[in-house]
Design a protein around this ligand. Sequence first.
Ligand code: ADP
Length: 319
Amino acid sequence: QKTIGILTSGGDAPGMNAAARAVVRAALKKGMRVIGIQRGYNGLIHGEMVEMNMRSVSDIIHRGGTMLYTARCVEFREWEGVLKAKKTCEETGIDGIVVIGGDGSFRGAADLSKAGVPCVGLPGTIDNDIACTEYTIGYDTAMNTAMEMVDKIRDTSQSHDRCSVVEVMGRRAGYIALNTGIACGATCILVPELEMKMEDVIAKIKEAQSLGKQNFIVLVAEGVGGSNEIAKQIEEATGIESRATVLGHVQRGGNPTVRDRVEASRMGYYAVELLEKGIGNRVVGLQKGEVVDFDIQEALSMKKEFPMDLYKIANEISF
Ligand code: ADP
């Protein structure tokens, strides 16, 4: 009987539970044994795990966070840690693992695959910053949360004729900022992929102001940062009262959206099919809406293009 493990690693994201549920159920249905490994690679090194059955993943598809817990594990970055994890797998009879996480977690999955335990990665991060896939689990929920928050800020911003500078998550990627910005009618969107000068931001606000606009939303990605300073500069240059709000971890939580639940279920199922065939060292992703898989090293070396066409549209219709 084949035994597979499942773990979530790195930053959590809504939809990780839906993915774990799909993996557990698909594997059990195929007659495999499934072990839930807690707190990422830590659980693998220190033997924190539970045997999963059909009911172990009941009542979680609609919940944010991860019932398997997640963690960062320094020990696992060393080869010695990887070998310890491999030993746990041998002792427990785990002969394949599904790792739900980001690029860092995939590097770990590649190492463990090299050590002889086939691993399949599932992209789980709200930032959508994984190159091999056009979509990551958690991304849709995070954008919808950010959108709802900005809508609320907009109400008060509108009542006071203010400019609201809102910082959303995305340290290396501006996808949340770009999409939320479009969805909320932001006048300016600042992302780490593109350099934008403060004078251009101010010029854009002034131009919109000259067209009769009285309240403004400026969306800033975490990777650009400095939203308080940006608000201050806007106020100084335009005389418009400006306030900054950093949305922070609220974007990481909440019940996953339909899209996150469905894509997590599809990708989770696919990961089990790979492990069933004994295929490891792969990352699952979505390309043109289809579920596909890549060699982990190849996936990690890929680059994602910033959607300039979308950015252009955002800029041209936000006055
Ligand atoms: P994410 O998976 O969200 O990118 P991290 O970068 O924090 O998050 O990675 C999660 C975990 O994956 C780390 O705590 C570590 O255990 C493992 N990991 C990260 N980078 C490597 C690496 N280069 N080699 C081996 N394991 C790694």
